[in-house]
Design a protein around this ligand. Structure first.
Ligand SMILES: Nc1nc2c(ncn2[C@@H]2O[C@H](COP(=O)(O)OP(=O)(O)OP(=O)(O)O)[C@@H](O)[C@H]2O)c(=O)[nH]1
Length: 322
């Protein structure tokens, strides 16, 4: 993977000018697929650093979101949803999640308020108890805007039973409710220490990766069944186009990217009739990428079949899942 697997500050550099009592450290969210981890990460950071979708297992990378306040800096690592590994990719993602747990200062365990606690949650709780020994766990009841007060009380009770020694914080990431409270609770678990990243930095994911992810997010919209898991995106080329000095329009960035699928039938779905679906994906992604880069964007998307890439170590490496 292009992102370092154990959360250490880039280059080991620490900013010296932080006030006394300043806290800093790493946190991560765990929870089964679709628990709302990526949406929460974005809400806490205040910017889109992780893509989200209603398809489980959207997250494949350990994205770092960085929350900087005058008194603290919390670096959040976004981990993929836990699930039973069915493929080599699944296995690698599972290893990545577990390697993160022991390296962070606090773990936020996300439990959706609108779903009953199930065997998947119990397995994560047991794994955490075994493999994240000594790391404080905070229970996060997500999506509370989707349930009634009564249902919330029941969900709080169930979360407290699952995590008897953890503080439980109910939040709605989409409404921004209690997000600051959660930030306070997580920061309280960090040791005293200086900042690791400059104020304005919200993630250390490479730009190409963020762009690939925005394209994948757009491509995921409206696809069903096994296709979401078969999609991977790679930016092959990117650069600012030369512009005549008399041209007063904002600069234009050319981006060439490939969407990988596993079967010809999937390619047909991604393309749509006469390429119409791909054109929609391009439009949606371009809009998001323009917001990220602050330039105009020319986006060239190409769809290729990479047979069974999820099970092939060579292809996984090429697509950045080392
Ligand atoms: N109503 C509501 N929906 C939410 C909230 N948080 C997340 N969602 C929705 O829940 C779905 C899953 O959210 P994600 O943030 O992608 O979940 P995740 O846990 O990162 O999922 P994986 O990538 O599968 O691990 C998306 O459709 C979100 O829009 C919330 O606070 N309220």
């Amino acid at each position: 993977m292009s992102t370092p697997e154990s959360p250490q500050p880039a280059g080991g550099f620490a900013f010296p000018d932080t006030p006394p009592g300043h806290r800093s450290g790493f946190g991560c969210f765990v929870g089964r697929p679709n628990a709302g981890k990526s949406t929460l990460l974005n809400a806490m950071v205040g910017e889109k650093v992780a893509i989200t979708s209603d398809k489980p297992q959207t997250t494949r990378r350990a994205v770092r979101g960085i929350v900087t306040r005058p008194d603290a800096q919390l670096v959040l690592v976004d981990t993929p949803g836990m699930h039973r590994p069915r493929t080599l990719l699944g296995e690698r993602l599972g290893d990545l999640v577990r390697s993160v747990w022991s390296d962070v200062d606090v773990v936020g365990f996300c439990l959706p308020a609108n779903e009953k606690i199930g065997p998947g949650d119990r397995r994560i709780a047991a794994d955490l108890a075994e493999q994240a020994k000594g790391t404080p766990v905070v229970g996060i009841l997500t999506k509370v805007d989707t349930v009634s007060r009564e249902a919330l009380a029941v969900a709080l009770q169930a979360a407290a039973e699952l995590l008897p020694s953890a503080e439980i914080v109910p939040v709605s990431a989409t409404r921004g409710e209690q997000v600051d409270v959660l930030t306070d609770v997580l920061i309280a678990q960090l040791p005293e220490g200086p900042r690791f990243y400059p104020d304005a930095e919200v993630t250390d994911e490479p730009l190409e990766t963020r762009i690939s992810e925005l394209i994948r997010e757009a491509a995921l919209l409206g696809v069903r069944d096994e296709l979401p898991h078969s999609l991977a995106v790679l930016v092959s080329e990117m650069g600012e186009r030369e512009q005549d000095p008399s041209d007063t329009r904002p600069p234009l960035t050319d981006i060439y990217a490939t969407i990988y699928v596993e079967r010809p039938s999937q390619k047909a779905i991604v393309l749509g009739s006469k390429g119409s679906r791909l054109a929609d994906v391009g439009r949606r992604a371009r809009h998001e990428i323009e917001a990220l880069l602050g330039t105009r964007v020319y986006l060239d998307l190409h769809v290729t079949v990479a047979k069974e890439w999820q099970r092939d170590p060579k292809q996984l490496r090429r697509l950045g899942f080392d």
